[in-house]
Design a protein. Sequence first.
Length: 282
Amino acid sequence: MEPTAEATIAAAFPPSLRIDELLPDVIIVASNNVYFYAHRHRIANASSNNLGGLLLDWGAYRRGFLPSLYLSESGDVVNVVLHTMYGFSCTHFHPTLETVEAALDALTKYGVCVQTYAAPYQPLHQLILSLAPYRPIETYAIAGQYQLEDLAVTISGHLLSFDLSTITDALATKMGPVYLKRLFLLHQARLDALKSIILKPPESHPTTPGCNPAQHGLLTRAWALATAQFVWDATPSISPNSLKALLDPIGDKIACESCRLMLQQRIQEVVGSWSSVKVRLI
């Protein structure tokens, strides 16, 4: 069947598309009348159920025309589905997260293993990852839903500033209890690590004519005051540079140069230790 006047031919799947030196031998028709000229052998290789059985039942078509398979998904969704089956990138089409989600549902429906095609370095993996900075909790939930471990680990780094109390029941159900728990544990582990690192005060320096142990206590108290409030308000997402900026002012009221040196050494230790704390799931 040839496209009607109201139909649109998909830009990435025209009649002239040659794959493995072969021209298209089937037309995939989306629900909104977008036509995709495709190759049965590529679809059959990717699908474990012959595209939901459609490859086994061509239906009636006029002699001399390519057989047409009608899908219930829109053209945007079918575009992602076919790009995935062919191993092509479709990030330049900028599909929305909702389109990608619908495509994942369709891939499952049509017998395409999402875990295989969303493995690291695969185009589908990169497509989902490209959406993570803008929709981190939603993409993380998708990764959990399909048990895409590498994606979940990478995306979790975008969720350090996310308020976990806002996770809806629907999102929690989608990502599943394992990935939900791991996200909570990541946040808690970072906060626990921060408290452990920051509550230790600067070391004392040897007594000098201008600063004895009693006077050094001023620095210890100043550190304790500043860090106690900070630990209460801290978030897992604070950066090493922000942490340093919050600790530097402690020295403003310390007159002893040796004490100020010990303070700066301690701040550098804190920043270094915090930089080494994991920022992703393990």
